[in-house]
Design a protein around this ligand. Structure first.
Ligand code: HEC
Length: 122
């Protein structure tokens, strides 16, 4: 347990170091969390995921996205950094070929906003 905690803490710290260009307040460069929240609803992520704070997002097909900012891995295998999360949202199978999550045609700017929302607080 302490080892796992340490690993998570390390991943968060390392992720944050890599993520934050100097002076940028957001975890995800150029992403805007408030816009991301709206997009997470309108793009249908909530059909498969439960996402706290996002209206009508009670899906149970995929894992809950609660607390994603504190997790070390995306989809259990991909290191959880802001840039990888942006890629994951656009095309999960590019990072994890066997994942059940499909690519949904999300453009990069929208993926950045969604990632900013999901990683807020990091
Ligand atoms: C058709 C159902 C479906 C839709 C729609 C969907 N996902 Fe997923 N998603 C999944 C599944 C299934 C997984 C688990 C994949 C795995 O573990 O390999 C997943 C995993 C994830 C993860 C990793 C979660 C974790 O606990 O590691 C993130 C982040 C994510 N999805 C974000 C999104 C976003 C953002 C959208 C909307 C653009 C979206 N998903 C739409 C099915 C979906």
């Amino acid at each position: 347990m302490p080892r796992a905690t340490l690993a998570v803490a390390l991943a968060v710290v390392l992720g944050a170091c890599r993520a934050a260009p100097q002076g940028a307040p957001d975890a995800v460069a150029a992403g805007e969390a408030a816009r991301g929240r709206v997009l997470l609803e309108s793009r249908g992520c909530g059909a498969c995921h439960t996402i706290p704070g996002v209206p009508r997002a009670f899906g149970l097909v995929g894992p809950s996205l609660a607390g994603l900012a504190t997790r070390a891995y995306i989809g259990g295998s991909v290191e959880n950094t802001p840039e990888r999360l942006v890629l994951w949202i656009q095309d999960p199978r590019r990072l994890a070929p066997r994942t059940a999550m499909p690519a949904l045609g999300i453009p990069e700017d929208e993926a950045r906003d969604m990632a900013a929302y999901l990683l807020r607080g990091r």
